[in-house]
Every structure is written in structure tokens, then in C-alpha cells.
Design a protein around this ligand. Structure first.
Ligand code: ADP
Ligand code: MG
Length: 340
């Protein structure tokens, strides 16, 4: 145990569009930071994670704040590697002289080229061997679903860039679906609404705050308002407008229908035996986007299925990965995991 604390042999990695989480064997989740890095002209790191996210849209010309991940995959290879290296250093606190092995989750529909990008950046960041596992399998383990059994289970993960849906049974994914609709698209929808209805320009992070604070998928018991401070697009002066949750719901409608559409498409592709299991067990929902108020109720209204939200949707996957590492010998066999 002491040995693990100093030299974790295994780590788990959830490299998300929005945030990156690192779990150390014997210690738990030690890194949970936005997937953002700020670098200067010479390619040196100016800020990482939370500090770098604060810089988005505020950097002077000599600094760039970058999100190296988009829609669940690496889009900026070099920066991703730099970010991972720094986060790994932060996680291991220089304690490890031996490179650890990593269990890393990837989206179900990922291409071989995208997989290679993950493998190369993770390895170059300081990992000896990497085991890749489908993200929604890790989520299902994190939510303690009976995926080893022959019964069908469905997981919906509403992330930053995408919504991923999968039906699983006997330890594997039977059908899956990925749509480029997630929290970011919701933020953009809020932004578009504010521009077109109020000529007000506020920036990405305020739009996210508005969504989290008053956004909802179906009417709230008590509708709320948000005092939005921004810049008038017509004359550049600062203005404040009061926006209601009803308006934000309108703005988000299309995104919500997209999420529901992804669930529907998956159910249509699901073999009838498994579909009937899902009818009795309901839908399991996770990912940061699942925290949108009453998204569970909207899905129930449209599908007639019960929806269970994960207890902590932002950490379900890393917790699942941690549980898999905790009984790795068994899970490795069950999920056919091989190091690369
Ligand atoms: P990823 O796996 O893609 O990194 P996450 O599962 O971490 O994504 O989810 C991030 C998304 O969740 C962001 O778009 C964020 O705005 C959204 N989110 C977080 N909390 C809430 C909330 N309370 N209400 C609505 N959306 C939320
Ligand atoms: Mg995720």
C-alpha cells in the first residue's frame, strides 16, 4: 500500500472534451481539471486547467488558451500531449520514478486514427502501457449496472462535446450512438438567443453559467431569471438584461430534442430482447450535461421510460475506471483489455 502511494503502478485517465480526470491506484481521484492549457509564444506553459480556463477569451496576443479536445477526440495533438504531461506530473507529484500503466477510456465510435492519437499522447506524456476501454462501459461500472449479465442496460452520457448512448449486455456494447450535441452546443444556443433577441454579447463562459443556473428541459415549478451583463452589439456599451428560464428553455429546445433523438435512435437499433429489459429497468443518464434541470423528465415524457441520473455525473466514468482497476484481473478478462 505504501509502495502504491509512492509508485502507483496503475492510473486511470478520463480525457474529456471539458475536463480531464486522473485516478491513482490506492489514492483515488487526484486531478479534476478543465481540459484547457495556456501556452506562450515559446511554447511554454503559462497556465493549466482551472487557471487556463479563466484565460479563455482574455489572453494577450502572446498567450494562447487552448482546448486540445473537441467532440471527445484529440484535435490538437501537440497541445494535448503537453497538457497530459503537466497533469500527470501534478498527479504523481514527482513521486514516481517508474512509469505507470494507464487505463484510459475512449468513445465507442472512435476511429483507429483517433485511437492512435490517444495512445501516442498518453504514452509520450509518461505512461508505459495503455489499456483502452469504451467510455460507456466505464460509466456503467461506475453506476453499478449489471452489465456482466445477459440483461440489457442503457447509458446516456451527455458530455461537453457529444452525447453518447450505448446499450450493453454480457460485458460488451451491443449498439451505440454518438451525436455532436452536448453542453457546448447548449452554451452556443444560449449565446445565439441573447444576440438575436437582445443584441447582447456576453462570451462563452457566461452562457454556460446561465445554462447551469436557470436552463431547463421542461417547465420549472418556479421560473427563474438571470441578470445578464454584457456588451450591446449595436453601440458597444455595457448593458444588463433580465433573461427568464422560459426563454432559455426555448433556446435549448433544439439541443434537448437532439439528445432525445440520440436515445430514440439507439432504442430503434436495439434488439427486442434487450429493449424489453430497458423498458423495465429504465435509462441511466450521466455526464455533466445530465445536470441540466429536468432533462430526466423531458426524456421520460418523450420515451415513456424511467430515467435514473447518476449520483455524481461529472465523476461517474473515472469512478468506474477506478473500480475496474480495483479488480483488474477479472475485468481485464471480462472486457478483453489488452495493453498497447
Ligand atoms: P466531458 O466528458 O465532455 O468532458 P462532462 O461530462 O464533464 O464533459 O460535462 C461537461 C458539460 O456539462 C459542460 O458542457 C458543462 O457546461 C455541463 N454542465 C455541468 N454542470 C451542469 C449543470 N449544472 N447544468 C447543465 N449543464 C452542466
Ligand atoms: Mg466525459
Amino acid at each position: 500500500m505504501i509502495f502504491n502511494k509512492i509508485h502507483p503502478r496503475y492510473i486511470a485517465l478520463d480525457l474529456g472534451t471539458t475536463s480531464t480526470l486522473i485516478y491513482l491506484e490506492g489514492q483515488g481521484v487526484v486531478v479534476n481539471e478543465p481540459s484547457v492549457i495556456a501556452v506562450n509564444e515559446r511554447g511554454q506553459i503559462e497556465a493549466l486547467g482551472h487557471a487556463a480556463k479563466k484565460m479563455l477569451g482574455r489572453t494577450p496576443p502572446n498567450i494562447r488558451a487552448i482546448r486540445p479536445m473537441e467532440d471527445g477526440v484529440i484535435t490538437d495533438y501537440e497541445t494535448a500531449e503537453l497538457m497530459l504531461k503537466a497533469l500527470l506530473r501534478q498527479a504523481l507529484k514527482g513521486a514516481s520514478v517508474v512509469k505507470p500503466r494507464a487505463l484510459c477510456c475512449v468513445p465507442s465510435g472512435i476511429t483507429e486514427v483517433e485511437k492512435r492519437a490517444v495512445r501516442d499522447s498518453v504514452k509520450n506524456a509518461g505512461v508505459r502501457e495503455i489499456y483502452m476501454i469504451e467510455e460507456l462501459i466505464a460509466a456503467a461500472v461506475g453506476m453499478q449496472l449489471p452489465i456482466e449479465e445477459s440483461t440489457g442496460s442503457i447509458v446516456v452520457d451527455v458530455g461537453g462535446g457529444t452525447t453518447e448512448v450505448a446499450v450493453m449486455s454480457l460485458g460488451g456494447v451491443v449498439v451505440s450512438e454518438s451525436q455532436k450535441i452536448g453542453g457546448n452546443v447548449m452554451d452556443q444556443a444560449v449565446d445565439r438567443y441573447l444576440r438575436s433577441h437582445y443584441n447582447i454579447f456576453v462570451g462563452e463562459q457566461i452562457c454556460e453559467q446561465i445554462k447551469m443556473q436557470i436552463g431547463s428541459a421542461v417547465p420549472l415549478e418556479e421560473e427563474e431569471t438571470f441578470a445578464v451583463k454584457g456588451r450591446n452589439m449595436l453601440n458597444g456599451t455595457p448593458i444588463t438584461v433580465n433573461v427568464s428560464s422560459t426563454e432559455i428553455r426555448d433556446a435549448l429546445r433544439e439541443c434537448i430534442m437532439g439528445v432525445i433523438g440520440a436515445v430514440r435512435t439507439t432504442l430503434e437499433k436495439t434488439p427486442p430482447e434487450l429493449a424489453s429489459d430497458i423498458v423495465s429497468a429504465g435509462i441511466n443518464m450521466t455526464g455533466g450535461g445530465s445536470l441540466l434541470k429536468r432533462l430526466d423528465d423531458a426524456i421520460t415524457q418523450e420515451t415513456n421510460l424511467l430515467v435514473h441520473r447518476a449520483a455524481s455525473p461529472l465523476t461517474t466514468i473515472i469512478e468506474g475506471l477506478g473500480m475496474i482497476l480495483g479488480d483488474f484481473r477479472r475485468y481485464r478478462k471480462l472486457f478483453n483489455l489488452y495493453p498497447t
